[in-house]
Design a protein around this ligand. Structure first.
Ligand code: NAP
Length: 329
């Protein structure tokens, strides 16, 4: 140790400005990264005896949420479309949480028949459902269609979850007090519901479609709250932050190499999946929120949704349109 002290001291004395700049920059970057990581859910609430269903829980923030729910003692259902990935994720969730009560069920949100089959399975085999976390999502894919002919992002991010939630409402009500948590995005702030061309057939744009689907999550939460009044089923919509997950899988490969390289420094500042799961966990377990339904959250705190996300008439109109699209009475 003595060996290195002298040259280090000499170096600092010879380059005081350079050393100070490096130190201040390092500390600044560290503080900035911690600040961008956002809030952490501090609740110690236990979920023993409760059942939690999470869509898209085989990776990203869904998987991290599943680990947290399992650590709190819940029975956790990972509702996923790829059974290989889902089973591997379930093994990891069991291992990391020490809770063996983690199961996998098949759900492809791009198929109404699959959504109905999962809901039927849950109704028939589960005694209760305390928490439904509508987390799965697809972002900026090409102009794809779901099995039922709907535009993919609207179909998966909104319509599939809309139908699933409605089909599970009786069980949620039976298990009340219970919660529905909808993972939306900041992207809703620049979103618009294209009522005259909901599948964006006239002019498809991957950004526009993602924003529309995430605004739909916020409006769905709003109207669901109205319809659940007096039921003790509370609802929450949230923005999880900007997180390093697989969500960019359709978007990033479409960029030229130089643009992808430009994105590299950006990854230093984004949240980890654990950090990205914190607001979902907060909305799911925080005791103080049980009597607060229908709000929008970001960084483990309430935040005002964009004006178009607070439009009650649009929320009702979207509900009626969605119900007719998925064939709900
Ligand atoms: N990451 C961010 O920066 C960010 C920012 C704002 C909001 N969000 C929202 O956070 C949520 C979770 O995203 P993430 O970042 O964790 O992304 P992710 O790592 O890509 O995870 C998305 C999950 O959704 C599943 N999924 C996609 N299509 C599905 C379908 N048709 N049926 C069933 N499951 C499907 C995926 O399953 P497969 O693995 O089988 O495809 C995966 O499990 C999304 O709703 C997203 O919009 C994320």
């Amino acid at each position: 140790m003595q060996h290195y002290t002298k040259p280090v001291k000499e170096f600092v004395e010879e380059h005081p400005t350079g050393v100070a700049v490096v130190l201040v920059t390092g500390v600044g970057l560290f503080v900035l990264r911690r600040w961008l990581a956002g809030g952490v859910c501090r609740s110690k609430a236990r979920l023993d005896g409760k059942t939690v269903l999470i869509t898209g829980a085989n990776t990203g923030i869904g998987k991290e949420t599943a680990v947290d729910m399992a650590k709190r003692g819940a029975r956790v259902i990972l509702a996923c479309r790829d059974m290989g990935r889902a089973n591997r994720a379930a093994d990891e969730v069991r291992k990391r949480s020490g809770n063996g009560n983690v199961i996998v069920k098949m759900l492809d949100l791009a198929s109404l028949q699959s959504v109905r089959a999962l809901a039927k399975d849950v109704q028939q085999t589960e005694e209760r459902l305390d928490i439904l976390i509508n987390n799965a999502g697809i972002m900026m894919c090409p102009q794809w269609k779901t099995e039922d002919g709907f535009e993919m992002q609207f179909g998966v991010n909104h319509l599939g979850h809309f139908l699933l939630t409605n089909l599970l409402l009786d069980l949620l009500k039976k298990s009340a007090p219970s919660r529905v948590v909808n993972v939306s995005s900041l992207a809703h702030e620049t979103g618009k519901i294209h009522f005259d061309d909901i599948n964006l057939e006239k002019n498809y744009d991957a950004h526009t479609s993602y924003r529309q689907s995430k605004l739909a999550n916020v409006l769905f939460t709003r109207e669901l709250t109205v319809r659940l009044k007096g039921s003790e089923v509370a609802t929450y919509a949230l923005h999880p932050g900007v997180i390093h997950t697989e969500l960019g899988r359709h978007f990033l490969p479409s960029l030229p190499l130089w643009k992808r390289l430009l994105f590299l420094p950006f990854f230093f500042f984004v949240k980890t999946p654990w950090q990205g799961a914190q607001t979902t966990i907060y909305c799911t377990v925080n005791e103080s929120l049980q009597n607060t339904s229908g709000l929008y959250y970001s960084d483990c705190a309430p935040k005002e949704a964009a004006p178009q996300g607070r439009d009650d008439a649009a929320a009702r109109r979207l509900w009626d349109l969605s119900a007719s699209m998925v064939g709900l009475a």
